[in-house]
Write a protein that binds this ligand. Structure first.
Ligand code: SAH
Length: 253
């Protein structure tokens, strides 16, 4: 039902959680599971816990890096049990479901990423995301079991799809935001193109002595947050790459 919405689990320790996440996904119509460096996989516990979602486990794409898991992705959402130092654009679980469904319907590739059982997602992983989602909890304990968190967000995706099918004339939650509806003339940039641009930008900022990697402060994080907030289209990335190349050429002459 949602071939272009992938669930990405990073460095999962317990194979049982992978199986339980697969089951949570299939119950809600999701099938694309990506595993970044799972500690134990394949594993019989993953199969047991998946019950009748063993196909989702068996078809999981196992990769070594988050970059590989995000190949072709145009909307990236990260999940987190706590607030981070630099605030990031946030979505409620319900609006996350609506946005994922709306973009999936437009043909975009969507990724929702989940962290390690003990330490969650690293800052650099969260900084790859356009939005962060926090599942509201009781104050005393905010960290859900990994598969339970997958369940909540998968549930919201299916609910959004059912609501959209029941009232198809309603506009998408992001309609009217530049670049976020069907009327935009360019496709959103894909993850790998944005990463190459960020590398090129960082190199150029160093070259022109604006950025000191020995004393980075939060420069690259802030620039990354800005570009993620804009959600550049393919043409905008190409223009920036061209501009950076021109700056490099000038600097080297
Ligand atoms: N101690 C870790 C918790 C990890 S729980 C931390 O503080 O980040 C494992 C994963 O489940 C998290 O990385 C996240 O992907 C998901 N998760 C758990 N609780 C969540 C919540 N309240 N909201 C959103 N995601 C949550």
């Amino acid at each position: 039902m949602f071939p272009r919405i992938r669930i990405v689990l990073i460095e999962t320790s317990h194979p049982g959680n992978i199986g339980a996440a697969a089951r949570a996904m299939k119950n809600m119509g999701l099938t694309a599971l990506y595993l970044v460096n799972p500690l134990q996989f394949p594993h019989e516990k993953a199969v047991w816990r998946s019950a009748s979602a063993v196909d989702v486990v068996e078809n999981a794409t196992v990769v070594a890096t988050l970059d590989e898991a995000l190949t072709d992705c145009q909307l990236i959402v990260g999940t987190s049990a706590r607030d981070r130092r630099i605030p990031w654009p946030m979505l409620e679980p319900k609006s996350c479901g609506e946005l994922a469904v709306a973009e999936h319907a437009q043909g975009h590739e969507v990724a929702i990423i989940f962290g390690r059982e003990d330490r969650g997602l690293k800052n650099e992983e969260l900084q790859r995301c356009h939005y962060h989602v926090n599942i509201p909890t009781g104050q005393a304990y905010s960290s859900l079991n990994l598969a339970m968190a997958v369940q909540v967000l998968s549930y919201e995706i299916l609910q959004a799809k059912l609501a959209k099918d029941a009232a198809p004339q309603q506009s998408a939650p992001n309609a009217g935001v530049a670049g976020q509806d069907e009327s935009w003339d360019m496709d959103f940039a894909q993850s790998q193109a944005v990463e190459l641009m960020m590398e090129h930008l960082e190199q150029t900022l160093i070259e022109v002595d604006f950025h000191d990697p020995e004393n980075p402060r939060q420069l690259m994080t802030r620039l990354r947050r800005m570009f993620n907030r804009i959600r550049m289209d393919k043409m905008e990335v190409n223009i920036l790459r061209g501009f950076l190349t021109a700056v490099n050429r000038k600097g080297r002459n």
